[in-house]
Write a protein that binds this ligand. Structure first.
Ligand code: GLN
Length: 249
């Protein structure tokens, strides 16, 4: 039986707006296809994980305070995480976690939370505590040869700069900064995004893209995933696109 192993980082600290739902969606879509899914968790105080042992690493969002607590712990694993990225382990990083893989996060009071510096982007909170990028967001994304729309919910004060390769182009909402045309970061086996939601429940194509990537890498083959019945997901997407995009078309 095929199997994927997922590491969920800081589930007790980084979990906003249903981020855990992303893991549940992956597990559901794997099991529906007869593929086993093992989920392991790591948080502060646990034994050091071997990041290269996993097929997928997931981390969600968190407020500034939580980010500053866990950043001190995360930094110990910088080399291991870099090794896993180089080994093509897939990373899905939402909001606060996305920010922490860059150079730094500067909070609203000017405090710097050092990032892992595995990528060159950096994030600075806007000077006004009351101003945040909040709301639904739709982006245009290319996954291999599939062009699709990804929908989610963003809530961040942080403005992310110096993105070399974005996850998508913004069709509705803000993105990496207020009024940005670009959202997130996407390079090979790493997706960093501001989209909560949970992201994967609203975007089954993205969930399957990640699943296929992980299976192909692990089993060294070009797996054709069995189609699942996404009727309700697609109806939901249609409704949301009608609501958010019709005014802009
Ligand atoms: N603390 C970060 C910000 O406000 C991340 C928030 C989040 O993860 N939703 O920019």
């Amino acid at each position: 039986m095929k199997e994927l192993k997922i590491l969920y980082l800081y589930p007790d600290i980084l979990e906003l707006y249903g981020d855990f739902g992303n893991i549940q969606v992956l597990k559901y879509r794997l099991e529906k296809r007869g593929i086993n899914c093992i989920i392991e968790e790591y948080t502060i105080g646990d034994l050091e994980p071997n990041f290269c042992e996993y097929d997928l690493i997931f981390a969600g969002g968190g407020a500034d305070q939580e980010q500053s607590i866990l950043a001190k712990d995360l930094i110990h694993y910088k080399d291991n995480i870099r090794k896993a990225i180089d080994n093509n382990v897939f990373f899905l990083l939402i909001c606060g976690a996305y920010q922490l893989f860059g150079k730094y996060y500067k909070d609203v009071d000017g405090n710097i939370i050092p990032g892992l510096e595995v990528f060159d982007y950096y994030t600075e909170a806007i000077n006004d505590r009351k101003k945040r990028c909040i709301g639904n967001i739709v982006i245009d994304v290319t996954l291999n040869d599939l062009n699709t729309k990804v929908i989610g919910f963003e809530n961040h004060g942080g403005q992310t700069f110096n993105i070399s390769s974005p996850f998508g182009n913004v069709l509705y909402g803000n993105g990496n900064k207020f009024g940005d045309t670009q959202e997130g970061f996407f390079k090979d086996n790493v997706i960093g995004t501001y989209l909560h939601g949970p992201l994967l429940s609203k975007n089954p194509e993205l969930a399957d893209y990640i699943i296929k990537y992980c299976l192909d890498r692990k089993y060294n083959e070009n797996i054709i995933l069995e189609n699942l019945d996404d009727k309700f997901e697609n109806l939901c997407r249609e409704q949301l696109f009608n609501q958010f995009l019709s005014r802009h078309n």
